[in-house]
Design a protein around this ligand. Structure first.
Ligand SMILES: Nc1ncnc2c1ncn2[C@@H]1O[C@H](COP(=O)(O)OP(=O)(O)OP(=O)(O)O)[C@@H](O)[C@H]1O
Ligand SMILES: [Mg+2]
Length: 248
């Protein structure tokens, strides 16, 4: 249903006011896509860019916990307006799901994601950062097909571990089949106990490189729990370096 040309064109036209789209995907759950997406959006906005963040994480939207938006989305005749959150214009599925548990069928998840792709009025933006859900269900594949022709950079988040390797590898193979141009890996949870060889294997097998290496930061939880928008310093500094690469 969401594979037809009309949908793809409508969704792509929506994003025509955005100069650069940066997509974070993984396939693997819990590797840090959401914190890295939110932090990248913040870091780019810190540099003076006009930035939007589209959180499509139907399984566990968390960008609102990190960016602490004030207010709710409003409607205009042009569409749904995102909400300012720490300088970033945020749109998240959480605005529509609230704290409810998520007994959504696959079809309902896909519809929600598709609605956001078609109906958000982003206005002029230098960057739109997109946080994809984990897995390879329709809720991931539908946005991927919309974004693949627009994405300036498609980044795959992984961690230095055997389990990440096997799941991320599957996503990368799928992206090759779908002719998505992958900009590189983002390696999160870098630590002395990480198994870097798994990252090297992904680099070699898919001919891509790690654009960022983000350390495990034990201050993460404490920083996110603060009332103001704050990210742990070691983590955020590594993401700032990534944002410099993206802004080049
Ligand atoms: N570099 C890091 N150092 C410390 N904690 C981290 C780091 N990266 C992520 N975390 C923590 O790990 C948890 C999972 O991160 P996050 O929700 O961003 O993952 P995700 O890939 O989006 O998960 P999901 O697949 O469920 O969407 C969060 O509690 C986050 O704060
Ligand atoms: Mg997430």
């Amino acid at each position: 249903m969401y594979n037809n040309l009309l949908f793809l064109r409508t969704a792509r036209r929506r994003l025509s006011s955005v100069k650069r789209v940066v997509v974070f995907g993984s396939g693997k759950g819990g590797v840090g896509k959401s914190v890295v997406s939110a932090a990248t959006a913040l870091a780019l906005s810190e540099k003076g860019y006009r930035v939007g963040l589209l959180d499509l994480d139907v399984h566990g939207p968390s960008s609102a916990r990190i960016l602490k938006p004030e207010g709710r989305p409003s409607g205009s005749k042009h569409g749904i307006r995102p909400v300012n959150a720490g300088g970033v214009e945020l749109m998240t599925v959480e605005f529509f799901l609230g704290d409810l548990p998520l007994p959504l069928s696959g079809g309902a998840k896909t519809s929600l994601v598709a609605e956001l792709l078609m109906n958000v009025d982003w206005g002029e933006k230098d960057f739109l950062v997109v946080d994809l859900p984990p897995g390879l269900g329709d809720e991931t594949i539908v946005p991927l097909r919309v974004l693949k022709s627009l994405a300036h950079t498609f980044l795959v988040v992984t961690s230095p571990s055997a389990l990440s390797y096997s799941v991320v590898r599957r996503l990368l193979s799928f992206l090759v089949e779908e002719r998505v141009n992958v900009g590189g890996l983002v390696v999160n949870y870098v630590s002395p106990v990480g198994e870097e060889s798994y990252v090297e294997r992904l680099e070699e097998e898919f001919g891509i490189i790690a654009l960022a290496r983000i350390p495990f930061d034990e201050k993460m939880e404490a920083a996110i729990s603060e009332r103001n928008v704050k990210l742990a310093e070691t983590f955020f500094n590594a993401v700032r370096l990534l944002s410099e690469v993206l802004a080049r």
